[in-house]
Write a protein that binds this ligand. Structure first.
Ligand SMILES: Cc1cc2nc3c(=O)[nH]c(=O)nc-3n(C[C@H](O)[C@H](O)[C@H](O)COP(=O)(O)O)c2cc1C
Length: 143
């Protein structure tokens, strides 16, 4: 693999903190990582990467953020996912993680292989939850 790629949307920084945890895990495995906010990301980045983590908090009513993340995810659905490894992550508050289960199902139906089930963390990742982010980063690049 070249660099692992993390693309995320985060309104108040909780999913961004998860992205930073995932990056820490990737670096702990001696791999390089590029973290990009979705507004600076493009489809070609995803096409070229082999190990990708996508993050977005639960928004609307159990959906992805609709102005930036949803259109971006739509734009990458038709990529050839067969030789890529994917991790999904995001923060939520009052729900039960439905948005993450739906997102995982959606990416799997595009042919993507997830290295672990999508990681949903309640609000800001701390302690054990932050460890789970780090582990997800490790799992992504050792898959
Ligand atoms: C407009 C809006 C809609 C939200 N919708 C949901 C939701 O459907 N389910 C849920 O569990 N949390 C929902 N939340 C809570 C956020 O997912 C939660 O605050 C999360 O930690 C934000 O992470 P972020 O800072 O990375 O954006 C919503 C928050 C906002 C502002």
């Amino acid at each position: 693999m070249d660099k692992a790629l993390i693309i995320y949307w985060s309104g108040t920084g909780n999913t961004e903190a998860m992205a930073n945890g995932i990056a820490k895990g990737i670096e702990a495995e001696g791999k390089e990582v590029q973290i990009v906010s979705v507004d600076a990301a493009n489809k070609d980045m995803v096409k070229e990467a082999t190990h990708i983590a996508l993050g977005c908090s639960a928004m609307g009513a159990e959906v992805l953020e609709e102005d930036e993340m949803e259109p971006f995810v739509e734009s990458i659905e038709d990529i050839d996912w067969s030789n890529k490894k994917l991790a999904l992550f995001g923060s939520y508050d009052w729900g039960d993680g439905e948005w993450m289960r739906n997102w995982q199902e959606r990416m799997e139906s595009c042919g993507a292989t997830l290295v672990k089930d999508g990681l949903a963390v309640n609000l800001e990742p701390e302690g054990e939850e932050l460890e789970k982010c780090i582990d997800l980063g490790k799992a992504l690049v050792t898959a």
